[in-house]
Design a protein around this ligand. Structure first.
Ligand SMILES: O=C(O)c1cc(=O)[nH]c(=O)n1[C@@H]1O[C@H](COP(=O)(O)O)[C@@H](O)[C@H]1O
Length: 270
């Protein structure tokens, strides 16, 4: 199924805009998992199995696996999500972006090797660097626009012919790159007013919104500025605040409780 369709169906079926970021950090794992050969997979699998009915997407962050030489665990994890929780889309957070011939290999990496439904990309290299992804109409192409981090404004806020660069990015992608309707943008929860300016330009295009939880973004402000006309349009992502909500044997249940709390807080403002 197309990423955009499965996302919309998961929003509706689970009444949830929550995206759980899967960012394994073994130092934070519960004691009973530490030292186990397959701890990265087991930790993430247990989180997924405890939350799949209360979220609408997962977002594994590739560096968290690659740095641990655990890319095989990431492959198995995504396969597990598809097999056990069909219809919950997986966004590979890889922030790729390179010349077209190399981009083709990143396409294969994200969609064939890892089996992701969508991937995060950096649009800085321009249209031809993203074209091989845009051509995959069934896959989500999620482009950095206004990132959540403190330095996000260094370049993104620079004046670009009367508008900040991030709004030019939003404008160009909505107008010229979205022919297959498979584009989305990353807009950090830490800048809700900018998020609203992006929403005003892109209509109902989905926005991936990290920065809730550990980075301190405000849910109410995100919904106020970012929800689409029908009260959806957002993949509100939280990693550490959900993954490490508990660190005992019941860590997965603690993660479930944190995901439910976030879902319910979001739903109050939809
Ligand atoms: O593309 C992203 O997911 C992303 C974009 C952005 O602007 N800010 C941002 O924090 N992220 C990612 O979102 C996750 C945030 O993690 P927490 O702060 O623990 O919820 C990390 O995996 C980041 O790499």
């Amino acid at each position: 199924m197309h990423f955009m369709q499965s996302l919309q169906q998961a929003w509706a079926r689970h009444n949830s805009l929550v995206c759980v970021g899967l960012d394994p950090e073994p130092a934070k794992f519960p004691a009973h998992l530490k030292g186990r050969a397959d701890a990265v997979f087991e930790f993430c699998r247990d989180i997924v199995d405890a939350t799949a009915d209360v979220v609408s997407s997962y977002k594994p962050q590739i560096a968290h696996f690659a740095a641990l030489r655990a890319e095989d665990a990431l492959e198995r994890l995504i396969a597990h999500i598809h097999a056990k929780h069909p219809g919950v889309p997986v966004i590979l957070d890889a922030k790729r972006g390179d010349i077209g011939s190399t981009a083709q290999h990143y396409v294969t990496e994200a969609f064939e090797r890892f089996g992701a439904d969508a991937v995060t990309l950096n649009p800085y290299l321009g249209r031809d660097s993203i074209q091989p992804f845009l051509d995959r109409a069934d896959k989500g192409v999620i482009l950095l626009c206004r990132t959540s981090n403190p330095g996000g404004a260094d370049f993104q806020a620079l004046d670009c012919g009367g508008l900040p660069l991030y709004l030019r990015v939003a404008e160009t992608i909505a107008r010229d790159w979205n022919g297959h309707g498979n584009c989305a943008l990353v807009t950090g929860a830490t800048w809700p007013e900018e998020l609203g300016k992006v929403r005003a330009i892109v209509g109902d295009m989905p926005l991936l919104v990290p920065g809730i939880g550990a980075q301190g973004g405000d849910v109410e402000a995100v919904l106020k500025h970012g929800r689409s006309a029908n009260g959806t349009g957002l993949m509100i992502s939280s990693s550490r605040a959900i993954l490490y909500a508990g660190n005992g044997e019941d860590f997965a249940q603690a993660a479930r409780a944190a995901a439910i709390e976030l879902r319910d807080t979001i739903n109050r403002y939809r």
